[in-house]
Design a protein around this ligand. Structure first.
Ligand code: 2AM
Length: 590
């Protein structure tokens, strides 16, 4: 056993998760740890106190996903920033043993970059890898779990060498302890004085929905809406900057809650008082300790989520039916991941639909926090500038519709919640940093490339620049048709008329040949080059992350090559140096 290791069988499992998959994986690892008599603490990287992290003597397992263009997920950004501080001594982590598992998609260029960078940085600070990094890959026929299971086998091998088992491994058919204590309060009376309103996280700002309007044509395939919220309190100091996001936590609709309560057999006790006691699991501070099942199913549990592997792993313990148990076991085993994908992920089958396929399973109250996922927050780029309208938060939201192979078409939880929200409703908004930032010098020209809802943040950019009397603003906007999805046309044309905006549109389907923003960039190559080269313009690219960001980057490389008279390799280096200098910024999403 390594001399620096404690003899206590403690593990720290830290995750960076964008969609919840890495978090789910972290929890599954912690259950495997429990079977091997370890005590594991599971936290999002941003939840751990950084001093406590540096003082950790137990082995640390990181599960880290990838978002955007090889970026760190939101809930590890703060941790990552702190870990990169130059002032940290080079031997700061030399007592730490670690393992990193990355989740990503190898069809993207920056496959598992956050996990790779994390490994490198930990090693730089003296931490010792217990095993090689694992690379979970969406392209694997079993998904990211294809690499996870063999990686975990190796990891347990190393850990059990260092910490030999004190007793046999707990067999697979024994359920682990529940992570949270849930009990019906003694009298089991109705919770008449319990607050039924939506939770407001402490750092949230209270806001009211004051306008909601569809901004794509009624007959357009995509429903894109503009939502306007009015902040209750706003100070004179800007509380968000152009490029920042507003983060919201949606709630479930009452009809979905009722259906769910009925299905799991909780309707009769839905309004009884429950006592919640955190055990291993860290619960958010805004979660009440006394509440009702109805409140939890409305505001906390994501009952319309597509269930993940651990849902089946846990439900297995609570089914009395042999055939169902066999199926649940298959879905939670390594070899069943293909079946699980076909059953659940591909058709985006929800928890409610899944439970109706397994009518003999019952979720015990005590285990609901282990089985049901929590509702995740959603972030949207803000389309208004605090400097121009300090109390107004505008959002540009594409309503998420799923067309699936099974049953009724469905709408994403957050957009469904926003769509039915009556004007006048209060919500909690949190402001989070985006990746794009305006140049500090207002005389620096900006070139914005924002097809589709990629325009969202640029609406804030332009409003801020107008306020600053910064008039060198160039926008490349792309959409399918001038008459269907030319968002914010009236405002944009107003700004063009007052000379604060140069607008280049690419209507991809208004003519036979496709026309994209990158074509318009190439058509204006000389102007672009003069802005970039002579006036040191900053370039911003925002929108769908599929192929657009790479295509646009190639257009700028061509602009540089043609006008600077250099090879395309040199032009690529030039654009790379712009990225390094913060003069070429991307914020893209899937
Ligand atoms: P399309 O749907 O006609 O292909 C906003 O979604 C706009 O971005 C649409 O006009 C869409 O065109 C266009 N678009 C699709 N793929 C693109 C790409 N790789 N680069 C730039 N624009 C793209």
């Amino acid at each position: 056993m390594a001399a620096s290791m404690t003899d206590k069988r403690d593990l720290l499992i830290l995750y960076g998760s964008q969609t919840g998959y890495a978090e789910d994986t972290a929890r599954r690892i912690s259950r495997q740890a429990w079977r091997r008599h370890f005590t594991a603490q599971v936290l999002a990287m941003d939840q751990i106190d950084i001093a406590a992290f540096f003082a950790t003597t137990s082995p640390v397992i990181f599960v880290c996903s990838t978002t955007g263009q090889g970026d760190e997920p939101d809930n590890m950004r703060r941790f990552w920033r702190l870990l990169l501080r130059k002032s940290i001594p080079h031997d700061a982590l030399d007592a730490m043993a670690f393992a990193v598992f990355g989740l990503g998609d190898s069809s993207y260029q920056k496959f598992n970059f956050p996990a790779k960078r994390l490994c490198r940085r930990l090693a730089q600070l003296g931490a010792a890898p217990m095993i090689e990094r694992g690379d979970g890959d969406d392209q694997h026929y079993l998904g990211v779990d294809g690499a996870l299971d063999p990686w975990l086998d190796k990891l347990w091998g190393v850990l059990l060498d260092r910490f030999p088992l004190p007793a046999p491994i707990v067999p697979e058919d024994v359920p682990p302890d529940a992570a949270v204590g849930v009990e019906l309060a003694d009298s089991a009376g109705l919770a008449l004085d319990v607050d039924t309103s939506a939770p407001v996280a402490p750092e949230s700002h209270k806001a009211t929905l004051v306008a909601a309007e569809r901004i794509s044509a009624a007959d357009h395939f995509q429903d894109v809406r503009h939502f306007r919220f009015e902040l209750e309190d706003h100070s004179t100091a800007p509380i968000w900057n152009p490029g920042d996001c507003a983060t919201l936590r949606p709630s479930n609709l009452q009809c979905d809650v009722d259906e769910f309560l009925d299905l799991v057999g909780w309707t009769a006790k839905a309004d009884a008082l429950l006592q919640i006691t955190p055990k291993q699991e860290l619960l958010p501070s805004w979660l009440p300790t006394q509440t009702t099942l109805r409140w939890l199913c409305t505001h906390y549990f994501d009952i319309t989520a597509v269930p993940r592997r651990s849902f089946f792993e846990m439900l297995f313990y609570f089914s009395q039916h042999d055939e169902e148990r066999e199926k649940l076991h298959d879905f939670s085993s390594s070899s069943g991941q293909d079946d699980l994908h076909a059953y659940c992920m591909r058709p985006r089958r929800t928890i409610v639909e899944t439970l109706s396929d397994f009518p003999h399973s019952r979720i015990p109250l005590a285990y609901m926090f282990d089985i049901l996922p929590a509702i995740a927050e959603r972030s949207f780029s803000i389309s208004s500038a605090c400097a121009a309208t300090p109390a107004t938060v505008d959002l540009t939201v594409a309503i998420v519709h799923y067309k699936t192979l099974i049953r009724k078409p469905r709408v994403g939880l957050c957009t469904k919640w926003l769509m039915q929200m009556p004007l006048g409703q209060n919500v909690g908004l949190r402001f989070t940093k985006g990746t794009m930032k305006l140049p500090t010098d207002p005389t620096t020209p900006i070139i914005m490339v924002g097809p589709g809802t990629g325009i969202a943040a640029f609406m804030a950019f332009i409003q801020q620049r107008r306020k600053d009397n910064a008039n060198a603003n160039y926008l490349f906007f792309g959409c399918r048709s001038e008459s269907k999805d030319f968002y914010y046309r009236r405002l944009l044309e107003e700004w063009v008329a007052e000379d604060t905006l140069r607008l280049f549109c690419a209507f991809s389907r208004d003519q036979i040949a496709k026309l994209y923003v990158q074509d318009r960039i190439r058509q204006n190559a000389e102007l672009m080059w003069s802005l970039i080269d002579k006036q040191k313009a900053a370039v911003y690219v925002s929108g769908n992350a599929n192929r657009m960001p790479d295509d646009v980057r190639h257009a700028f490389i061509d602009v540089v090559a043609a006008n600077a008279g250099v090879s395309s390799t040199e032009a690529e280096e030039y654009v790379k140096s712009m990225v390094k200098a913060g003069r070429y910024q991307e914020e893209c999403w899937y």
